[in-house]
Design a protein around this ligand. Structure first.
Ligand SMILES: C[S@@+](CC[C@H](N)C(=O)[O-])C[C@H]1O[C@@H](n2cnc3c(N)ncnc32)[C@H](O)[C@@H]1O
Length: 311
């Protein structure tokens, strides 16, 4: 792998500890990337352990197969981690998986490669698809979407206060010239955004919002979390690393809901069994240590949550 193609895994030791790996266990890495976490999981497994990984980015799958394809304990499935239940059923692994890791968001190679169109710092085609076989890219959506839809996406997925103003600027600009490049979009947003936050490029929120929308990131996260609970074995661990508050909120609420069980008025006498608590939260929210934040800036916003399946 070339230098440019590398991705420094975030909270690696903490994630491996959170999975409490059994050498003969069955594990899932839902977000293979460049395999930093997968490699560490494999190194803890014996000859009879198994690791199933997913990535919707074909370049991640190619890199993974090149690097780890010879390892008979390892399977890498191209496509979304929302196929987890289907693949686990095919393998007869439902209820047998000992640990699942989700390290969400984009990888460094995706951000660094201008041609992927994720970056406001490196000019490239306005694309942003993790899976380039998906039909809708950022350009085709932004070129046609009504102003209200653009504003809604910027507000919902970027928590952008000036969503309406930025959406209007995008629609005005595209009437003059199609917005085909990331730099063009970054300039339009920068000019329209009256609120330049400290240490943050003025287009950060808009780019995050469009990326999340184009890749359906929050919907896929919600869908996979429920599946995780069903495919894990009792005592199996779910470890999720999020990179922004929208993702983390979904993970936190999911864990809270299943840790608290069915909520009934206090006057209703129920046993713990009847409350259907399915998950035990292990700690609260873990953050990367100072040393990691210093050497890997991506880890600054990482929040890791861990749950153990108990029912
Ligand atoms: C932060 S990186 C993972 C890095 C990885 N843990 C490593 O150490 O190299 C996230 C990866 O997950 C992939 N990804 C994001 N959402 C996905 C989804 N819904 N299904 C499958 N892969 C996804 C991205 O394409 C990207 O390669």
């Amino acid at each position: 792998m070339s230098q440019k193609q590398q991705h420094k895994p975030v909270m690696l030791d903490e994630a491996i500890e959170g999975l409490q790996i059994k050498p003969n266990g069955i594990y899932v890495d839902g977000t293979f990337g460049r395999g930093g976490h997968s490699r560490a999981i494999l190194s803890e497994l014996s000859e009879s352990g198994e690791l199933l990984a997913f990535d919707k980015d074909p370049t991640a799958v190619t890199a993974g197969r090149e690097a780890l394809g010879d390892d008979s304990r390892f399977r890498l499935i191209p496509g979304s981690f929302t196929q987890l239940m289907t693949v686990a059923s095919e393998l007869n692994w439902v209820g047998k998986i000992d640990g699942i890791l989700l390290d969400l968001g984009v990888s460094s190679p995706q951000l660094d490669e201008a041609e992927r169109g994720f970056s406001f710092l490196r000019d490239g085609p306005l694309d942003m698809r993790m899976d380039p076989t998906q039909s809708r890219d950022a350009f085709s959506w932004l070129d046609r979407a009504p102003v209200d839809e653009i504003a809604l996406v910027l507000r919902e997925y970027g928590e952008e206060r000036y969503a309406k103003r930025i959406a209007r600027a995008i629609v005005n600009a595209r009437q003059e010239t199609p917005i085909t490049r990331t730099k063009q979009l970054a300039d339009i947003v920068t000019e329209a955004n009256p609120n330049w936050e400290r240490h943050k490029h003025p287009a950060t929120r808009a780019f995050q919002a469009i990326r999340i929308f184009i890749n359906q990131e929050l919907e896929e996260l919600r869908a996979v979390l429920e599946q995780c609970l069903d495919v894990l074995t009792l005592g199996g661990f779910l470890v999720v690393i999020s990179f922004h508050s929208l993702e983390d909120r979904i993970v936190k609420r999911f864990m809270q809901r299943h840790a608290n069980g069915v909520q009934l008025p206090v006057s209703v006498p129920v046993t713990k069994d009847e409350m259907h608590m399915r998950l035990r939260r292990v700690g609260r929210a873990f953050k990367a240590g100072e040393e990691e934040v210093r050497t890997n800036p991506r880890s600054r916003s990482a929040i890791m949550r861990i749950g153990e399946k108990i029912g």
